[in-house]
Each structure stands twice: as C-alpha cells, then as structure tokens.
Design a protein around this ligand. Structure first.
Ligand code: HEM
Length: 256
C-alpha cells in the first residue's frame, strides 16, 4: 500500500514538477510527503502501524454499529417508516442521497445516536491509566491503576434517561437530550479521532440502504438483540434480513 502511494506521488511529481499540487492526497500520501522533511518520525514502519491501527479501530466499531442500527429498525417499524419518509421528503427518488443531504436528515441522526446510546461499540471504552494518585467519585485511585469506564451502564442509567432500555430516537429530537451525558466515542485527550468519519460513513451507508430498499425481518419473530461478550459489543447472532428494491428508486438502481 505504501509503495503504491509512493509510486503515485512520484508520478504526480513528474507531472507537476513538485509534490504539493492541488490534487487530493490520501492520508498515506500526506505522511509520505512529510517523510521528506521529517524522515526520523514518518518512517515506513510508523506509517504502516498507524494505518493498521486506524483500520483495526475504525472498521469493526463502525460496521457493528450499523448492524445494531438495522436490527433496531427492523424491530421498530415505525422508526424505519419515519426514516424513509424523511429521506423521501428531503431527497426523493430521483437520485442517490449523498453527504450534502446528511445535515437535512435530523431524524436519521437521532437514530444513530440512540443506537450508540444503547449499543456503544466499545462499551468499556479503552483502558486508561491514572497518571497520578487521584479521587474518582470519592474513591482513592493510586497512580498507575487501570481505569475502565462503563459507558454501557452510563448510557442506560435510569437517573438520567427515561425508559433507558427503550429504543426511542425521538428523545434526541429538537435538542431533547441536551445536557444528558453519553460518551460512545469516549472523551478528553484520548477521545476517538474517528468520530466524524464514523458518523458520516454510517449515515451515508445506512441511509442509502433505506432510500433504495424496503427491509423486513426473516420469519415472524423479533430480531435477536443478544450481545456477545468482549471489548467490542458485537451482536451474538449476526443479523439477517430481507430487502426489496423500492419502486421509486427503480430507475436509479438500474443505472448502478
Ligand atoms: C461507531 C464507530 C466508532 C466508535 C463507537 C468508536 C469508539 C471509540 C472509543 C470509545 C475509543 C476510546 C476512547 C477512550 O477510551 O476515551 C476509540 C478510540 C479510537 N478510535 Fe474510535 N470509534 C469508532 C470509529 C472509529 C474510526 C472510523 C476510526 C478511524 C478510522 C477510529 C479510530 C480510533 C483510534 C485511533 C482510537 C485511539 C485513540 C487514542 O488512543 O488516542 N475510531 N474509539
């Protein structure tokens, strides 16, 4: 991957005489450019470790959240219908929705936020370490201790959330949950740097799936919402669903 990007940069340089052209570079491309001025920092090992780290932390968290979202929608048909109505009203069936539509689809944003509240992909965040002796909620914590944050429990705290176990995206509408504490991406200096990317990716993928297809469960029963144990909150039973192209999207779907 690094060699391919290096070759691309070389070709760009040959074309433009320098490598700072207007053409957009990938993240690897940017780091390879920095390698020229700071070779000790941006070594090939550093670049591949960073890319592996981003892929490792960014893919399963995002895909599992999308799986939970679809599972929740299949068990809550009213929310699914309302989401499709929002898409039909704001985007219609004449084109595929794109990233510029996301700000105009607030209910869909509430659905993802509510999914992250109920099923935070990293329910205990990542392990942190107290750098010095400190007190947390009145408890003495010696420096060097591992500190785990139970975001899953915080998100379902009945003292904060009304009917915390219920999937109710409406609780986030019109700033309805303002001041209520949730942290699916952690917080502070080590907060997830991929939050914006994840929200945009999940929004685009899920809403195109809802725009183009009608979805239904397999069989009469509800989708099984059991969780597997582990650092990432996977579904214990992988989601299976049926989809059917929506009539108003047939022209677009035929062109893809
Ligand atoms: C729904 C999707 C995602 C969720 C729920 C999520 C959640 C989290 C959480 C809870 C942490 C630990 C924060 C803490 O301990 O305070 C974290 C760290 C991290 N995430 Fe994400 N993440 C997601 C997507 C992504 C994506 C798309 C990327 C990058 C492409 C990414 C890159 C990282 C990295 C590099 C860290 C470590 C940060 C550090 O240690 O300083 N994540 N993420």
């Amino acid at each position: 991957m690094i060699d391919a990007e290096r070759e691309k940069l070389k070709q760009l340089e040959r074309k433009n005489g320098k490598d700072d052209s207007d053409e957009k570079k990938s993240m690897i491309g940017v780091m390879l450019s920095l390698q020229k001025t700071e070779p000790d920092v941006y070594t090939d090992t550093f670049i591949s470790a960073l890319v592996a780290n981003l892929l490792g932390t960014g893919t399963e968290t995002t895909s599992t959240t999308m799986e939970w979202t679809m599972a929740l929608l299949l068990n809550h048909r009213n929310a699914l219908k309302k989401a499709q109505e929002e898409i039909d009203l704001n985007v219609g069936g004449g084109r595929l929705l794109d990233k510029n539509d996301l700000p105009h689809l607030p209910y869909l944003h509430c659905i993802i936020t509510e999914t992250l509240r109920l099923y935070p992909a990293a329910p205990m965040l990542l392990p942190h370490e107290a750098s010095t002796d400190c007190k947390i909620h009145g408890y003495d914590v010696p420096g060097g201790s591992m500190v785990l944050v139970n975001a899953h429990a915080i998100h379902r705290d009945p003292a904060t959330w009304e009917d915390p176990e219920e999937f109710r995206p409406e609780r986030f509408e019109h700033g309805g949950a303002e001041g209520k504490f949730m942290m699916p991406f952690g917080m502070g200096r080590r907060k997830c740097p991929g939050e914006n990317l994840a929200m945009r990716t999940m929004g685009l993928v899920l809403w195109v799936l809802l725009q183009c297809f009608d979805w239904s469960r397999i069989g009469d029963g509800e989708v099984d919402m059991a969780t597997a144990t582990g650092p990432i909150m996977f579904k214990a039973v992988p989601l299976e669903a049926l989809c059917k192209p929506r009539a108003n999207m047939s022209t677009i779907l035929k062109k893809i």
